[in-house]
Design a protein around this ligand. Structure first.
Ligand code: Q9C
Ligand code: ZN
Length: 360
């Protein structure tokens, strides 16, 4: 990875000209400044190295639009360990240092993956471990990746805590996002799965049925994987058809869960170009399934990469539509923790997210 990015990243300047008139939200919002520490330089995108799309300008845009946030308290690694195995957490924590110790410049990224089902091996080489613990080449591990991911999950746990304590809804500005990360793999800009950790924490706190509604443009393969054989966690996702879009290997309509989880996964893929009409029909189907499941908690994996102006996605949702989507979700009347996932049109990301949250 020797292709240099010479231009200064735009997020350095993002807040200098931000509109300071913030939307007043009657909702508790959680965020920790350490989430900014994750800043990989570049990613492999359609065969070329490009500036990393999931950059710190994203949360800055949202913070500028939503106003004051609360910092999460530190609930430690125990909640993470209910989803992610110890060896995977240690990998994410240590990969960058191991990469540097191997004499490598830049961010840690794999280049060989055991997709042909090689037998388990006790792998020591960092390059081998990067392949073992990731699903793609667009999720590099940089110096601040562990700290930012750790606090992203703590932020989700804090929003969950507010909802469990009686708030009707709360927002976690999770960043890095989480829904592509499986129990033991990173992918799609995600390292730790905040929605999955929050769902397990809710169950640990006594909730018996949790629904996860994922409305990011991309299918939440990691969340689906983690709960695929579970009947107590419903996973419903509206996303771009994986026949045309990342992550390709998950999110098809015939994936419906397995074993005790048979029927507890619902995928509603939409073609590229879907606007509020098509998205709204899918949302009706998704909400009907959530209501039918009768959960005692809803987690919403919210991505704004469904926006018409998103640089890496192809739906046509407009800013005002996000309030409509949110009002329909809110009409379920369920205690709801909203967790940030994707959204890469940075100039509109704050307005889109403020519109979404205002719908609650
Ligand atoms: N050429 C989230 O929105 N890269 N992740 C796609 C397409 C990965 C998006 C490359 C996109 C992942 C959380
Ligand atoms: Zn996405």
């Amino acid at each position: 990875m020797t292709v240099g990015v010479t231009a200064a990243p735009s997020w350095l300047y993002a807040s200098a000209h931000a509109d300071r008139s913030k939307v007043r939200l009657l909702m508790r919002c959680f965020w920790d400044a350490r989430q900014l520490l994750h800043a990989p330089a570049q990613e492999l995108h359609n065969g070329a190295f490009m500036p990393f799309a999931e950059h710190p300008g994203r949360p800055r845009s949202i913070l500028d639009a939503i106003g004051p946030t609360e910092a999460p308290r530190d609930q430690g690694e125990a909640p993470l360990l209910r989803v992610h195995p110890r060896d995977y957490l240690d990998f994410v924590k240590n990969a960058f240092a191991e990469w540097r110790a191997a004499g490598r410049p830049g961010d840690a990224a794999g280049y060989v993956w055991p997709v042909v089902r090689r037998r388990p091996l006790r792998l020591e080489r960092i390059d081998a471990r990067l392949g073992r613990y990731s699903m793609d080449a667009s999720t590099p591990i940089a110096e601040g990746t562990w700290d930012a991911s750790y606090w992203s999950v703590q932020t989700a746990l804090a929003a969950l805590g507010a909802v469990l304590a009686g708030e009707r809804a709360a927002f976690a500005l999770c960043r890095p996002p989480g829904h592509h990360a499986g129990a033991d793999y990173a992918g799609g800009y995600c390292y730790l799965n905040a929605a999955a950790v929050a769902a397990e924490a809710a169950i640990e706190a006594g909730r018996s049925r949790v629904a996860i509604l994922d409305i990011d443009y991309h299918h939440g393969n990691g969340t689906q994987d983690i709960f695929y054989d579970r009947g107590d966690v419903l996973f419903v996702s509206i996303h771009a058809d994986p026949a045309t879009d990342y992550p390709f290997y998950w999110g098809h309509a015939d994936e419906m869960g397995a074993g005790a989880g048979e029927g507890a996964t619902l995928n509603l893929p939409l073609p590229r170009g879907a606007d509020m009409t098509g998205f709204g029909d899918a949302l009706d189907a998704a909400l009907a399934r959530v209501a039918d499941f009768a959960p005692d908690l809803l987690l919403c994996s919210y991505g704004a990469d469904t926006f018409s102006g998103d640089p890496i996605s192809f739906f046509r949702i407009e800013t005002a539509d996000y309030a409509v989507i949110a009002r329909r979700i809110a009409a379920l009347g369920l205690p709801t923790a909203i967790l940030m996932e994707g959204g890469y049109a940075v100039d509109a990301l704050g307005a889109n997210t403020a519109a979404f949250l205002s719908g609650f």
